[in-house]
Design a protein around this ligand. Structure first.
Ligand code: PGA
Length: 267
């Protein structure tokens, strides 16, 4: 099974034991035709030249079914970009976690900074969505990250620590929870933190997670996201405590997405 993490290390971060995961966040892009073509290209390239990591794509909800159909039998998993906190009910326009599971999704992104900003999602709201996703059997990709002003003000680690404390759901474990560190100022801007800044934040996130989930934190995968592209992927994916990437813009081109995946650490 591609998604399983390896056996629990006795101690330490044991980063080489965590199989890396590259997830594509397609955001609000794609029609049935273009989405199926992109998914098909990703699946075909991954079959011809298997990358040393797990692959996930998160298309818009409108094309999940079509993309899921194209990915059937491939090594590429798929997921949603958001879900509601309730399993069903009077919530016009929203999508419930069990509906995503029903389509064959294994993953769902929760707490992306664009949803936190565009839809005013608080940590409490994100936690409720994450809880619903776990109840539906999905693996969450829980996003955290500071704004530029917060980093400039020296608050990056405290902001991210409080986002983890406020949005990590009960029952989060290495098998059902992936945390993505996405500094808001690096998303879609072409700017990235230095390798040292990413490694330091990921170390901080893992230490925070240990307080909440104990040793499971050492097996939990931590992704970096924000302007990951083929030219910087190898450097980022080689960093301590980086267990993959959440890729936006570059995931819309199969060649770029697979080039990033090819740079993953060998398990
Ligand atoms: P980007 O987006 O790769 O286009 O910066 C990342 C994300 O928002 O997940």
């Amino acid at each position: 099974m591609p998604e399983t993490t390896s056996a629990a290390p006795a101690s330490g971060t044991a980063s080489t034991r965590r199989r890396q995961l590259i997830a594509g966040n397609w955001k609000m892009n794609g029609t049935r035709a273009s989405g199926v073509a992109l998914a098909g290209a990703v699946a075909d390239m991954a079959r011809r030249n298997a990358p040393p990591c797990d692959l996930v794509v998160c298309p818009p909800a409108t094309i999940l079914m079509a993309v899921g159909g194209r990915l059937a039998g491939s090594t590429v998993s798929f997921g949603g970009q958001d879900c509601h906190a309730k399993p069903d009910g009077a919530h016009t326009g929203d999508i419930a976690a069990p509906m995503l599971a029903d389509l064959g999704c294994r993953y769902v992104i929760v707490g992306h900074s664009e949803r936190r900003a565009d839809h005013g999602e608080s940590d409490t709201a994100v936690k409720a969505k994450a809880t619903a996703a776990l109840a539906a059997g999905l693996t969450i990709i829980l996003c955290v990250g500071e704004t530029e002003a917060q980093r400039d003000g020296g608050q990056a680690t405290s902001v991210v620590g409080s986002q983890i404390a406020g949005s990590l759901p009960e029952g989060a474990a290495a098998e059902n929870c992936i945390v993505a560190y996405e500094p808001v100022w690096a998303i879609g801007t072409g700017r990235t933190p230095t390798g040292g800044e990413i490694a330091a934040m990921h170390g901080h996130i893992r230490a925070s997670l240990r307080k909440h989930v104990g040793e499971a934190a050492d097996r939990m995968r931590l992704l970096y996201g924000g302007s990951v592209k083929p030219s910087n992927a190898a450097e980022i994916l080689a960093l301590d405590d980086v267990d993959g990437a959440l890729v936006g813009g570059a995931s819309l081109k199969a060649e770029d997405f697979l080039a990033i995946a090819a740079a993953a650490r060998k398990p």
